[in-house]
Ligand binder design. Sequence first.
Ligand SMILES: CC(C)(COP(=O)(O)OP(=O)(O)OC[C@H]1O[C@@H](n2cnc3c(N)ncnc32)[C@H](O)[C@@H]1OP(=O)(O)O)[C@@H](O)C(=O)NCCC(=O)NCCS
Length: 228
Amino acid sequence: MARIASSADVADSADIAQSAAVWHLAQVREGAVIGEHCVIGRGAYIGVGVRVGKNCKIQNHALLYEPAQLGDGVFIGPGVVLTNDHNPRAVTPEGELKTASDWLPVGVRIDEGAAVGARAVCVAPVHIGAWALVAAGAVVTSDVPPFALVAGTPARRIGWVGKAGIRLVEESQRPGFFRCPQTQTLYRLREPDALEEYRGERDDDASLNAEECAGQMSSEMKNAEERR
Ligand SMILES: CC(C)(COP(=O)(O)OP(=O)(O)OC[C@H]1O[C@@H](n2cnc3c(N)ncnc32)[C@H](O)[C@@H]1OP(=O)(O)O)[C@@H](O)C(=O)NCCC(=O)NCCS
């Protein structure tokens, strides 16, 4: 049986996995699905039909408006907002209060392992790729590639991160290759804006656009130089 705080407001039709926990004053709406081992923090809001994969952490007061969809192992920081109305209005042009049929909800999709830092806003419709990291306070207005580190308003890519969430360091002797200083895992640019885990020779069959990636590398190195 899921651990649900007595002050939490969980709809009867919400599907909460047995090993999940829902903390005080959180609200989980009708038809929402919360996967195994998830933790829903104090005061969080999970909208109607929102799907949260297994092993996700939703921190205090995060607001996940429908139709948001989260993969497995996603981290949502405190105070994050996933919006669902791109052009919000309380009333119609005639001044009548808008109802559910007067607007079309659009969703935020977040893939496996990605993390959204404290108080970031993801403006739907937007897709955050697997293992990407959104910096605290960012406003995400366009899709984020897998493993990208994005920050600012609007959020721009400022680097790459690996599965450990640590910023990757470009290999000085190998164009387009990046290493995690913590796990030593190697990643490589498949295209200028697409990083993937490098699995050794098996990946060498796949074509690597050396020219484009070299261009990307030099800008990464320039950015790193500027940061020093
Ligand atoms: C984005 C983040 C991962 C960067 O960490 P980092 O790689 O160690 O980067 P640094 O701290 O060395 O900062 C590098 C640059 O990015 C800037 N930066 C760092 N965090 C930033 C943010 N949230 N928004 C905008 N810029 C940021 C720094 O000011 C610095 O700029 P500079 O080079 O002009 O001085 C980290 O700052 C962050 O926001 N983490 C999320 C924390 C969070 O919300 N946790 C949730 C649980 S409480």
